[in-house]
Design a protein around this ligand. Structure first.
Ligand code: FES
Ligand code: FES
Length: 931
């Protein structure tokens, strides 16, 4: 071990001396020794920029700096920015006002990089800002709001709309009672994100905590045999325990959908994918860091893996799970009419095949958390999107009652679906349960990428028919989704896709068949859209081909065929209201016509290699679970001091549910939002609001919050003996009720407290009304759908095959825009993910499992995005609102792929449309033209 030495340097204006080996990473010293956890670690490799700090005023990646190098230097972290100059306080406020911080994991690095720029250039333009933050990655925002926030912070004063760091709602950001819904309210949990005090999964370490390192399979499929584990423990200083499947006291089988649960904490005798855990070493953190994993006593016998869906579906293929015939996890089906006959009789017919690959979520925060045993209870504090599901699975694994497991979600540094599944939780829970000491685990970037779920690769075949007038007559869709070694969300994808594969259009004759297929690859799970983005890539390109064959404008073809309030969907559902797809498409029409004309002009005038194109695509997405219950319960309590405690267990993963749910509740109650105290996710103190996925929190939890707020209002009015239209005023210790010129006062201190410790508790549960689907997939899968349409303007270099997106215009029917700033943030982030899904991102298991090789977009990769909000209200949603999280990503990729076709006349069948694929398609077309 290298000897520690005293190293002195300045941090945020004070001198510190640390005793440390000089080679330790500065990021570690800042976080672990000095408690400055505002500096985040996303990769430990200089790729993500989350750890950016100022070194003598210059931005550096602190994970790449040895602490010995900073002796005598001055370091500024996010915690020190506001002190450094008033301009920086303004920068932080600008981030809040613009909604530039979503999950907040990148925010410290962004703010530090922006500071370095503003100190040198007090009025930078967009390009200079993009250059300055180019080394800091953000997976949530699409960068546009960050860029605007920095430019505006430099160019003028930013209203101080949020200065309170307490968990209470900052009073100076609050609109009046009844005016929260629709307000561009600064996110209520925003201040902590910009001052570095937000607690993410890796940001707390209980005293005396041990660490865990998982031993993972280096092979896609392998049998394994352990050597002498006891001897290994005895010989390794600081190692306390090795956990294997034998140490699981309960049921060693978990999964997000209990009916399909199939994943063990540790593989039993055979590992089914590269990266699967077979054991975990528990011990002192320092000892684990220096542990030579090659010394771990395990012998591998590599077996031939089923690498592809073709391998897995071959008749002689071994079964990955013995009870799943043909390696098919599950099939999905929606059928209406007679598709074969309708296509045979259609005047225009077209068909196509499309393929997409794995996509990595690449959130900036790798999975992390700690567990501790408290008597006969286990407490887990970790990043998660689904605390109640975690609770139930951990209880099953430990063999204890769910009430004996407490899940305390930290802030989540991006999830996009992957943090719905368990990651560190079983390892830390087992170790803490067994040893009675707190145990912490933080995934490395590579460990995160190797072992956590991905977007399902898809292989899709389609045929569609239309009349000569352009009316869709039929769609025949079949798709296989590679769900990897374990089920995760494979059933959800297989069931959701057939409902959505028609797109938001009237298709009278329809057949959509899907399969989720097991292979020996990393499990595929939930990723923003549950298979619908892949499906839209195929179906929206096919509809463009159909429009071309009919000879119709591609946008008008969609408008002609769009669903309305009275036409049945492919499951026979008639929505009756809130079908906003036509409005979204029509909102694009003026820009479409201009862009088409400008593109044609550019292409006819150019003599160089650039060709421009414009593409459009529509989408729909059912909010919440497919034909399954997914209730949320919200509890609010009137406190003696006149404040309202809002207990809601929806996890805010950056999308803004902490703020949106409070806005809804405030207006339902008739109280200013500043009157609320937020009590967010913790299974011990908040009711179950379900998982944060499927664009359900605004709709489902928001509705429950609206109902709870209305109920509390009724109870107060009842107590005061006045009518329902009275205005409430909440003051310290009293509530006044103004009714028809008379005022009544309720003295809260004189009223008894209920079992929850409140003067009045109101609790409401909402479960969207759906019905089961029959054997042909007919029924009501979702109570509410969101709709949208995107237009992409792009430029292709025909010599290089590169594609540059010039602009995306995104129209979304959100029912009611509860908080337009947060909705725009979701749209811009979704568009950014759609752009790279279409053009650059593909994950290959076993290759590039880091952010150096797996490229996600940086600030310069995201073009201007124009958001158009359509409000076609749903009577089911709170104040008419629908979801937006998944919707935003779906139409971008097909719009871009259609634009590529528009520009150069080629269809890219295998996505992403990387330069080599685009160039190859252009060459094939040119060859065909010559031939
Ligand atoms: S943690 Fe330092 S660059 Fe990613
Ligand atoms: S807000 Fe940038 S990574 Fe989440």
């Amino acid at each position: 071990m290298v000897a520690a030495e005293p190293i002195a340097f300045g941090v945020n204006g004070r001198q510190v001396t640390v005793r440390s080996a000089g080679a330790r990473r500065l990021s570690r010293v800042l976080r672990d020794d000095l408690g400055l956890t505002g500096t985040k670690v996303g990769c430990d490799a200089g790729d993500c920029g989350a750890c950016t700090v100022l070194l003598n005023g210059e931005p550096v990646c602190s994970c790449l700096m040895a602490v010995g190098q900073v002796s005598g230097c001055e370091i500024t972290t996010v915690e020190g920015l506001a002190k450094r100059s008033p301009l920086l306080g303004r920068l932080q406020r600008s981030f809040l006002s613009h909604g530039a911080a979503q999950c907040g994991a990148c925010t410290p690095g962004m703010l530090v990089a922006a500071t370095a720029l503003l100190e040198k250039n007090s009025s930078p333009g967009e390009t200079e800002v993009m250059d300055a933050i180019g080394g800091v990655l953000c997976r949530c925002t699409g960068y546009r709001k960050i860029i605007r926030a920095i430019v505006q912070a430099a160019s003028g004063p930013v209203a101080d709309r949020s200065s309170d760091v307490s968990p209470r709602v900052p009073p100076d950001v609050s609109p009046e009672a009844g005016q929260a819904v629709g307000a561009r309210l600064v996110r209520l949990d925003g201040q902590k994100k910009v001052d570095g005090t937000e607690i993410f999964g890796a940001d707390e370490t209980p005293a005396g905590a041990l660490g865990v390192r998982a031993i993972r399979s280096p092979h896609q499929r392998a049998r394994f045999l352990f050597g002498d584990l006891e001897q290994f423990v005895a010989e390794q200083p600081g190692v306390m325990l090795v956990l294997t499947a034998k140490d699981v006291p309960g049921v060693d089988c978990y999964g997000v959908i209990p009916r399909f649960a199939d994943q063990p904490v540790f593989a039993h005798a055979e590992a089914r994918f590269r990266g699967e855990a077979v054991a975990a070493v528990v011990g002192e953190t320092d000892a684990l860091e220096s542990l030579d994993l090659a010394a771990f006593p395990v012998r591998w016998e590599e077996l031939p893996p089923l690498k592809t869906m073709d391998d897995a579906l071959a008749s002689e293929a071994p079964r990955i799970h013995g009870h799943r015939e043909g390696n098919v996890l599950v099939r999905g089906r929606v059928v209406c009419g007679d598709v074969d006959q309708a296509i045979a009789e259609s005047e225009i017919v077209t068909e196509g095949e499309y393929e997409t690959g794995f996509v990595e979520h690449a959130y900036i925060e790798p999975e992390a958390g700690f567990a501790r045993r408290v008597g006969d209870t286990i407490e887990i504090q970790a990043c998660t999107q689904s605390p109640y599901m975690d609770r139930d699975d951990v209880a099953k694994i430990l063999g204890i009652a769910p009430e004996k497991v407490r899940i305390i979600p930290t802030a989540v540094g991006g999830g996009f679906g992957s943090k719905l599944d368990l990651s560190v939780q079983p390892f830390i829970a087992l170790a803490a349960w067994k040893l009675g000491r707190p145990v912490r685990m933080v995934y490395s970037r590579t460990e995160s990428m190797v072992s956590t779920t991905k977007r399902h690769p898809a292989r899709m075949r389609l045929r569609a028919g239309a009349t000569r007038e352009g009316r869709l007559t039929a769609l025949d869709f079949a798709a296989d989704f590679n769900t990897g070694a374990y089920s995760s969300w494979g059933p959800t994808v297989a069931f959701r896709v057939p409902v959505h594969a028609s797109g938001p259009y009237r298709v009278p004759h329809y057949r959509a068949l899907t399969r989720a297929v097991h292979t020996n690859t990393v499990p595929a799970g939930a990723f923003r859209g549950f298979g619908v983005p892949q499906t839209a890539i195929a179906q929206e390109q096919l509809y463009d081909d159909l429009a071309d064959k009919v000879g119709m404008d591609r946008l008008e073809f969609r408008i002609l065929n769009s669903l309305d309030n009275h036409t049945p969907t492919v499951t026979g559902q008639v929505l009756g209201e809130g079908v906003g797809i036509r409005a979204c498409l029509e909102a694009l029409r003026p820009g479409w016509q201009v862009a088409r004309a400008e593109t044609a002009e550019f292409n006819s005038a150019t003599t160089g290699p650039m060709r421009r194109g414009v593409g459009v695509a529509g989408m729909w997405y059912g909010c919440g679970n497919t034909s399954l219950p997914n209730p949320s319960t919200v509890r609010i309590g009137l406190q003696r001091n006149g404040r309202i405690a809002l207990h809601q267990g929806a996890v805010d993963i950056g999308q803004g549910s902490n703020t949106i749910v409070a806005q809804i509740c405030a207006d339902a109650l008739g109280a200013p939002i500043a009157q609320f105290d937020l009590v967010s996710g913790d299974t011990a103190i908040t009711p179950d609001c379900g998982k944060t996925s499927a664009s359900r929190q605004t709709l489902v939890t928001g509705k429950a919050a609206q109902m709870a707020g209305s109920q509390l209002r009724s109870r107060i009015l009842q107590l005061a003996g006045v009518c329902g239209c009275a205005a409430l005023e909440f003051l310290d210790g009293i509530v006044t009720v103004a009714d028809d010129g008379k005022r009544k006062t309720l003295a809260l201190s004189e009223l008894p407290l209920d079992a929850n410790g409140y003067v009045i508790t109101s609790e409401a549960t909402f479960d969207p009304p759906t019905s089961p689907l029959d054997e042909n997939g007919q029924g009501i899968p979702y109570a509410v759908f969101g709709f949208g349409a995107h237009m992409a303007e792009i430029e292709v270099d025909v010599e290089l095959g590169t594609v540059r997106v010039l602009k995306v215009t995104a129209a979304h029917d959100v029912g009611r825009a509860i908080n337009p700033t947060l909705i725009e943030g979701q749209i811009e982030g979704g568009v950014a993910q759609g752009i790279v899904m279409s053009l650059m991102e593909e994950f290959f298991p076993g290759k590039g499992e880091n952010l150096h090789d797996y490229l996600i977009p940086s600030a310069g990769d995201v073009p201007p995005i124009e958001s158009i909000l359509i409000e076609d209200a749903s009577s089911i949603g709170p104040f008419g609102a629908k979801g937006i999280g998944e919707q935003a990503v779906i139409p971008t990729a097909p719009a871009i792929l259609n634009a590529i076709h528009d520009a150069v006349g080629v269809r890219i069948r295998k996505i992403p449309a990387t330069p080599d694929r685009v160039r190859a398609a252009i060459l094939v077309k040119a060859g065909g033209a010559r031939g």
